[in-house]
Design a protein around this ligand. Structure first.
Ligand code: SF4
Length: 171
């Protein structure tokens, strides 16, 4: 059974970012996955009910996506509006989808308060990042999915091959 890969919609050219842009990635690994029909595309923030465009939002300092997913701390817009519920709803829906489709690997947009796998924006709207995962990346990690970012496509490809070789190895 061919492994599917969850990919952030904005990396595939969908104009779903807060400012109405995308961040399309051009890479042979991604092209191959698309050709193989492995790619499952989601944008957690729009899935959670946020609109395009929308105000920029960041996870407040001292918290990360794991906290938000467990309803501690807040995701706030630059204007100070609490938008946590949308982020949590989007993350839950993405987790439902990966469970339904048995997805174990994801490539998500770096630094996003939803999708960031290792780093997120600081929470002070100063363009700085800090260590931590976005809300959906955290929820996926907790659900056993390995989350890579768009700069780690080679590693993601290797991990995919490892998963598939494990599956085909006779017991
Ligand atoms: Fe949507 Fe994630 Fe891209 Fe933000 S980073 S636009 S939540 S897919």
């Amino acid at each position: 059974n061919r492994q599917k890969v969850l990919v952030s919609a904005c990396l595939l050219g969908d104009k779903v970012r807060y400012d109405g842009t995308s961040r399309p990635v051009s890479h042979s690994v991604l092209d191959q996955w698309l050709e193989d029909g492995r790619v499952v595309k989601e944008c957690p923030e729009t899935l959670g009910g946020l609109l395009v465009p929308r105000p920029a939002a960041e996870i407040e300092p001292g918290f990360d996506g794991h906290d938000i997913y467990h309803e501690e701390g807040k995701v706030i817009t630059k204007q100070g509006h609490n938008v946590s519920q949308y982020f949590v709803r989007g993350a839950r829906r993405v987790v439902e989808r990966i469970q339904a489709e048995n997805i174990r690997i994801a490539v998500m947009k770096a630094n996003s308060p939803s999708c960031g796998n290792e780093q997120i924006y600081s929470g002070e709207f100063n363009r700085m990042t800090r260590t931590g995962q976005g809300v959906t990346a955290a929820a996926l990690t907790e659900a056993g999915v390995r989350v890579f970012n768009e700069h780690q496509l080679e590693e993601a490809h290797q991990y995919l091959e490892q998963l598939e070789s494990e599956e085909t190895t006779p017991a």
